[in-house]
Write a protein that binds this ligand. Structure first.
Ligand SMILES: O=C(CO)COP(=O)(O)O
Length: 247
C-alpha cells in the first residue's frame, strides 16, 4: 500500500511572520494524519517552519535547489544548505520554474540526482500545457519529461522519488483536471516507471496530482487507483489544508 503524500507549495507567499501565524494554527489541527504531509514555504521561512513543526508529523520541503554544492551561481541555494536546515523534501521542475526561470529537462535531471544523493526526497513536477493537450500530445510530453527526469536514477533510489502530475492549464485556474483525466496520465507515468525499472518499482512509486486541488475535489482525486497524493498551491495557504490532509 502506498502512503499518500499531500504537499502544500506556498510559492512566493507568506513571509516569516505569516508562516508563524499559519503553522501555529495548523499544528494543533493535524494530529494523527494518515498521510505524509509536507509544507514547502519560501527559503526565508524554512527555518521557522522546521522549528515550529519539529514535534509534529508534518515535514518541510523547499521549492527548488541548485545541483552543485557551491560556486559562482549568484542567487542559488544548494541541496547541502537545505539539508543543513533540516529540510526533507524538495520540489523540482515545477512548471512555473520551467516557464519563468528556464528550467529544462536536463537541469531537472541534475537536480533530481543531486537531491537523491543527499537523501532529500524530490517531488518532480511534470505536465503538459493547454496547447499541448489540445493537440493530444499529453502522453508524449509527460512520459518524455518523466524519462528525462529519471535518467541515471538507480533501482534503489527510485522508490524515494515522488512524481507530481500538474497539467499547466489546471494550475491556479480553478480548472481541475477531471479525476479520470488525472488518473489517465498518472497511469501512463506509472507505466513509464515500469518500463524503465520493473513492476516492483512502479508499484512502489508515489504519484501526486496537482492543479486546483481543493477540499471539494480531493477525495475523488485520491480515490483514483494511480493517484497517491496531491501537490496543492492556493488551498495550502488556507486552513482548508487541514481538510486536504484529512480528506
Ligand atoms: O502549482 C500547483 C502546486 O505546485 C498547483 O497550484 P493550485 O493548487 O493553486 O492550482
Amino acid at each position: 500500500m502506498r502512503r499518500p503524500v499531500i504537499a502544500g507549495n506556498w510559492k512566493l507567499n507568506n513571509n516569516i511572520e505569516a508562516t508563524k501565524e499559519f503553522l501555529l494554527q495548523l499544528k494543533d489541527k493535524i494530529k494523527d494524519a494518515e498521510v505524509d504531509a509536507v509544507i514547502c514555504p519560501t527559503y526565508t521561512s524554512l527555518s521557522t517552519a522546521i522549528e515550529l513543526l519539529k514535534d509534529t508529523d508534518v515535514k518541510v520541503g523547499a521549492q527548488n535547489m541548485h545541483w552543485t554544492t557551491s560556486g559562482a551561481y549568484t542567487g542559488e541555494i544548494s541541496g547541502e544548505m537545505l539539508k543543513e536546515l533540516g529540510v526533507e523534501y524538495v520540489i523540482i521542475g515545477h512548471s512555473e520554474r520551467r516557464q519563468y526561470f528556464a528550467e529544462t529537462d536536463e537541469t531537472v535531471n541534475k537536480k533530481v540526482l543531486k537531491a537523491l544523493s543527499l537523501d532529500l526526497i524530490p517531488i518532480v513536477c511534470v505536465g503538459e500545457s493547454l496547447e499541448e493537450r489540445e493537440k493530444g500530445l499529453q502522453e508524449d510530453i509527460v512520459t518524455n519529461q518523466v524519462r528525462l527526469a529519471l535518467e541515471g536514477v538507480t533501482k534503489d533510489q527510485i522508490s524515494k522519488v515522488i512524481i507530481a502530475y500538474e497539467p499547466i492549464w489546471a494550475i491556479g485556474t480553478g480548472k481541475t483536471a477531471s479525476s479520470e483525466q488525472a488518473e489517465e496520465v498518472c497511469k501512463w507515468i506509472r507505466e513509464t516507471v515500469e518500463k524503465l525499472y520493473t513492476s516492483q518499482e512502479s508499484e512502489a512509486i508515489r504519484i501526486q496530482y496537482g492543479g486546483s486541488v481543493n477540499k471539494s475535489n480531493v477525495k475523488e482525486l485520491m480515490g483514483m487507483p494511480n493517484i497517491d497524493g496531491a501537490l496543492v498551491g492556493g488551498a495550502s495557504l488556507k486552513m482548508d489544508f487541514v481538510d486536504l490532509i484529512k480528506y
